[in-house]
Ligand binder design. Structure first.
Ligand code: GLA
Length: 375
């Protein structure tokens, strides 16, 4: 075989391999754009996996089941590509009862509503209880467990996901029309833009539940990752993680991440591990950088910007080595952390917290960016 033809064959084969197993090689730049492939079947509908690739070769995988981010593949300081989010190789992994919300969209109300109960315009609403007598992440069948419609807006770097949650769905009032636009930007940021409208007043708090481990599978836990959260206060919680209404200062406590510090530094003195909402220091309501995470071993840096007032920083406390994820990772306790941008937990029952009630005629809007680089 002639040398040129041989090289072409190798290049073709590695492109094929890279497209099919989501492990891009660092020797073959992936074409920017969006590819699609079947990822399984859920409730008689095909689940599709979309992979967005940008001009730098960064890739984000998203499935329409739960609007779930399955992969975020970014370079480390040696330019080796690695996947920085937890997840599964197949749909059956995501459908497991014990899937702890890996990468999914969360709603209608991300985080907890005490006793699953709230009163709106004089009417009491009761939601299904799924977390120690409270409602977590929108109920038994939240937005993470439904199939979203997906379309591709112009530009070849975005996916538009839409879903209408019917009046009464999981006990919430109003037909809630939700749109989420995932964009992989040229600056290596994954942007998630949420919007929603309703025909009856209803609580709304949408977020994404990606579990990050910036080492790209090289470190079993994130205890060495250094975190900064621009917040002087957090929402104090009871033993069931329901806010008490107090907003204590972080100063002088293990909750202080105003200067970057390793997750593991004071984790042992936080009962159960970090699973709290930080009250972000904000200048206004525009997109502002609120947190960073840095893994010195890989050199990967993640910068989080949001329009939201709160950030749930959760250190994978409930992971217990029973879940086996993609690339044969075993997900031990603290294998990853989440930074869920949000309104505060139990907002509908806490008059002093930022408003979470969306009314007919209003548009719910929220934007978050997770930007990746190395240093
Ligand atoms: C959120 C919650 C945690 C936990 C995870 C999912 O981050 O705050 O307590 O329920 O989701 O396991």
């Amino acid at each position: 075989m002639k040398k040129q033809a041989y090289l072409l064959l190798i290049a073709g084969a590695s492109f094929f391999a890279a497209c099919n197993n989501d492990k891009p090689t660092d020797t073959f730049a992936m074409k920017p754009g969006i590819t699609e492939k079947p990822f399984g079947v859920f409730e008689n509908e095909t689940v599709t996996k979309y992979t967005i690739t940008n001009a730098n070769g960064m890739q984000v995988g998203i499935i329409n089941y739960g609007g779930t981010v399955t992969n975020i593949i970014t370079p480390d300081k040696e330019k080796q590509m690695g996947d920085v989010v937890l997840g599964f190789d197949s749909l059956s992994g995501y459908l497991q009862k014990t899937n702890p919300y890996f990468g999914c969209l969360v709603g209608r109300y991300g985080n907890r509503i005490a006793k699953g109960k709230f009163t709106l315009d004089g009417k009491i609403y009761q939601l299904p209880l799924n977390n120690n007598g409270n409602t977590l992440h929108g109920g038994l069948r939240g937005l993470d467990k439904v199939t979203w419609q997906v379309s591709k807006p112009a530009g070849d770097s975005s996916l538009l996901l839409t879903y209408t949650s019917k009046d009464g769905d999981q006990g919430f009032p109003g037909n809630l029309k939700i749109e989420v636009v995932y964009t992989l930007r040229s600056d290596n940021a994954l942007q998630i833009a949420y919007s929603a409208t309703t025909d009856k007043a209803t609580p709304v708090n949408l977020t994404n539940h990606s579990y990050f481990n910036l080492s790209g599978g090289k470190e079993g836990t994130v205890l060495n990752h250094e975190i900064m959260i621009n917040a002087n206060k957090y929402t104090a919680v009871d033993t069931l993680l329901i806010p008490t209404g107090q907003l204590p200062d972080v100063k002088g406590t293990p909750m202080d991440f105003t200067s970057a510090k390793a997750i593991g530094k004071e984790l042992a003195s936080v009962k159960g591990g970090y699973d709290h909402n930080w009250v972000l220091n904000r200048k206004g309501t525009d997109l502002e950088q609120v947190a960073t995470a840095y893994d010195a071993a890989s050199g990967r840096l993640m910068e989080v910007s949001t329009t939201e007032p709160g950030l749930q920083f959760y250190t994978g406390n409930f992971l217990d080595s029973t879940l086996h994820g993609k690339n044969n990772w075993v997900y031990a306790q603290h294998a990853a952390f989440c930074m869920e941008t949000q309104h505060f937990p139990d907002g509908p029952n806490q008059p002093s917290f930022p408003n979470t009630i969306l009314k007919p005629g209003e548009i719910y809007k929220s934007v978050t960016r997770y930007k990746f680089s190395v240093k």
